[in-house]
Design a protein around this ligand. Structure first.
Ligand SMILES: N[C@@H](CCC(=O)N[C@@H](CS)C(=O)NCC(=O)O)C(=O)O
Length: 209
């Protein structure tokens, strides 16, 4: 049984969606990052030295021994390799998926996260931050719109870990003040992925107490 350390955020839900899609059994451990302490507890830092969610511990790691992992993108690559699912086998297909996974990890996640911080998390909205990251978030939707105009999924014809990583961030489109009606190809992709039962189950993790 894989141990999943998570909270109700897009980075955590990428991993619960992947575990559901792969049909891997897992136990959920809630790390309430809002306390500003659970993620920094010494025992948790042994698993995730960066003090963030998500993390996993696989009792059956690559060498058959327990293996801990941080960083959601790396976890998705690991689970794809472990199960042979959602990362194409051909070199071209694999690198297409990894490019779009890195686009999510390096741009979509950090920029949308900053937009949320300036637009929502702070008591007094900071217009400079909201404008800067709101504009960048819209630009990134434009990149996805152009890609999805040509392809069913971010990396081409197949549903991959790039889609799994990006979906929970697009699910927060209202938080970064993006109207999906302006990006119809992103909306078509978003609706198709949201209709997958494993995605719905992964998005419901962690269950409220
Ligand atoms: N690059 C990391 C980012 C993880 C991350 O930023 N997690 C946030 C929640 S979405 C977190 O744990 N924040 C708590 C904190 O910063 O104290 C990943 O993809 O795993």
């Amino acid at each position: 049984m894989i141990e999943l350390y998570t909270w109700s955020t897009p980075n955590g839900r990428k991993v619960s969606i992947m575990l559901e899609e792969c049909g891997l059994p897992y136990n959920v451990h809630k790390i309430n990052i809002g306390t500003n302490s659970e993620q920094f507890a010494p025992d948790y830092l042994e698993i995730n030295p960066n003090g963030k969610i998500p993390s996993i511990v696989d009792p059956d790691g690559p060498d058959g021994k327990p293996y801990s992992m941080m960083e959601s993108g790396a976890i998705l690559i690991y689970l794809a390799a472990k199960t042979g699912k959602f990362l194409p086998k051909s070199a071209r297909g694999k690198y297409d998926a990894l490019q779009w996974l890195m686009f999510q990890m390096g741009s979509v996640g950090p920029m949308f996260g900053q937009a949320h911080h300036f637009m929502r998390a702070k008591k007094d909205e900071v217009p400079y931050g909201s404008e800067r990251y709101g504009k960048e978030a819209k630009r990134l939707y434009g990149v996805m719109q152009r890609q999805l105009e040509k392809h069913d999924f971010l990396a081409g014809r197949q549903y991959t870990i790039a889609d799994i990583a990006t979906y929970p961030w697009v699910a927060r489109h209202e938080w970064h003040r993006v109207d999906l009606a302006e990006f119809p190809h992103v909306k078509r992709w978003y609706d198709a992925i949201g209709a997958r039962p494993a995605v719905a189950r992964g998005m419901a993790v962690p269950q409220p107490s």
